[in-house]
Design a protein around this ligand. Structure first.
Ligand code: XIL
Length: 387
């Protein structure tokens, strides 16, 4: 499923976000992540505090018997037309979640219009087969419907956000182990853009849209594990250090405001040509743990465009990246789950948004186009099984 409402535009914006070479949008004054104060991001958020303990019981559901759950995000539109694709999730995954069906613009395209069918199909499929499922995502710049963009007062924007989250959270209560409540709220390049990404939600409500979304999610489903999800948290370099610091800052400020946040989701779109920051990631994981917050990998895949065009070379790069990522995370403790973003190279956002410049087929996922597991699938399974 693609994000239809904006087609090409949405794709090119996604590309500029995930492309390492992307020029930083100008206009805003540079703010170094190091200068963030404890309350500078979410100032008004404390007003949204829940009663102490109101949502302390982060839904467990994160750990399947015998290890760390392996999740897979499925595209509902291919489930019935491609039985092999559907079966592959049963063959390999403990958790099966809708890749797109719960994104705001798809599930709630107009104020009075809800489209639950694609997500329901996936969630029913997961639960009927004794798998877990989870939801993504309430707040994401890439799936904000036009009608939300047109809301012209902060009160109207807040009411729309809260109503959306409460209705959808309530509808799936008890069926999803948790939610990516906010996705990609950290600036792509904090040094030039300031800590938070410029989005419709930031423009309309300021940083407090983050605690508003978490508090509403907790009210809607007090057992749900609430996740703040973002990309580019795992590599070596000042931009990635800054993004990790900002993530910790947001988590601390939510906690200071008594707003529940249970896990950080690291998307894990891994780029050939980048290095996993093993020490940095271990420190990050340790600090989250000290704060009582878990870590999960939510959208694992490989962007292999800087790898020579051969299956063997691409798969070797993928294996090394995944191996380094798992080493870095497990160095402190097992993650709560690892979810791959799709399962087979047949269907992925990567060739659509980040295609190889040489035109050679990308190999982003753990099963090839014929559904054969690559070496990194075996690695992933054995590490997760051992827990
Ligand atoms: C992508 C999906 O994979 C595509 O099918 C869809 O058309 C657009 O969104 N980061 C995210 C995901 O958080 O939600 C994106 O998923 C990929 C990048």
């Amino acid at each position: 499923m693609t994000i239809h409402h904006r087609g090409r535009d949405a794709r090119s914006r996604l590309r500029s976000v995930h492309q390492p070479e992307a020029a930083a949008p100008g206009g805003s004054s540079p703010t170094s992540a190091g200068s963030l104060t404890r309350r500078s991001l979410l100032g008004a958020g404390a007003a949204l505090a829940l009663a102490p303990g109101a949502a302390s019981a982060a839904g467990t559901g994160a750990r399947a018997a015998g290890g760390v759950p392996l999740g897979g995000a499925i595209q509902a539109e291919f489930m019935e037309v491609d039985p092999g694709y559907k079966q592959a999730f049963l063959d390999h995954c403990d958790l099966i979640m809708p890749m797109n069906g719960l994104k705001f613009s798809l599930v709630h395209p107009a104020p009075d219009q809800w489209n639950f069918e694609p997500a329901d199909r996936v969630v029913d499929f997961a639960l009927q087969n004794d798998r877990l499922s989870r939801g993504t995502c309430h707040v994401w710049w890439g799936a904000t419907p036009d009608w939300v963009e047109r809301l012209d007062t902060p009160a109207a924007a807040e009411a729309a956000l809260v109503d959306h989250i409460e209705r959808i959270g309530d509808r799936y209560k008890g069926r999803l182990t948790g939610w990516d409540v906010v996705n990609e709220v950290i600036a792509n390049d904090p040094a030039s853009e300031g800590p938070l990404r410029q989005t419709v939600w930031l423009e309309k409500l300021g940083p407090k849209h983050i605690p508003i979304a978490f508090a509403a999610s907790a009210r809607a489903d007090p057992q749900a594990r609430l996740v703040i999800n973002d990309y580019d948290l795992e590599f070596v370099g000042p931009r990635f250090d800054a993004r990790r610091e900002i993530m910790l800052g947001i988590v601390r400020q939510l906690q200071d405001g008594n707003v529940p946040v249970h896990s950080v989701g690291m998307q894990g779109h891994l780029y050939a040509g980048r290095q996993i920051d093993k020490e940095g990631l271990e420190r990050f994981h340790k600090e989250l743990d000290r704060l009582g917050v878990g870590l999960m990998v939510t959208e694992l895949d490989i962007i292999d465009w800087e790898t020579p065009p051969s299956n063997a070379a691409q798969d070797k790069t993928a294996y090394e990246l995944v191996s380094d990522l798992l080493d870095a995370i497990f160095a402190w403790k097992p993650p709560q789950a690892v979810t791959v973003w799709g399962i087979t190279d047949r269907y992925s956002w990567v060739p659509d948004v980040l295609p190889r410049p040489d035109g050679h087929p990308d190999r982003p996922l753990p099963l090839d186009r014929d559904l054969r597991p690559k070496p990194w699938m075996e690695l992933l399974k054995s590490r997760l099984r051992a827990g």
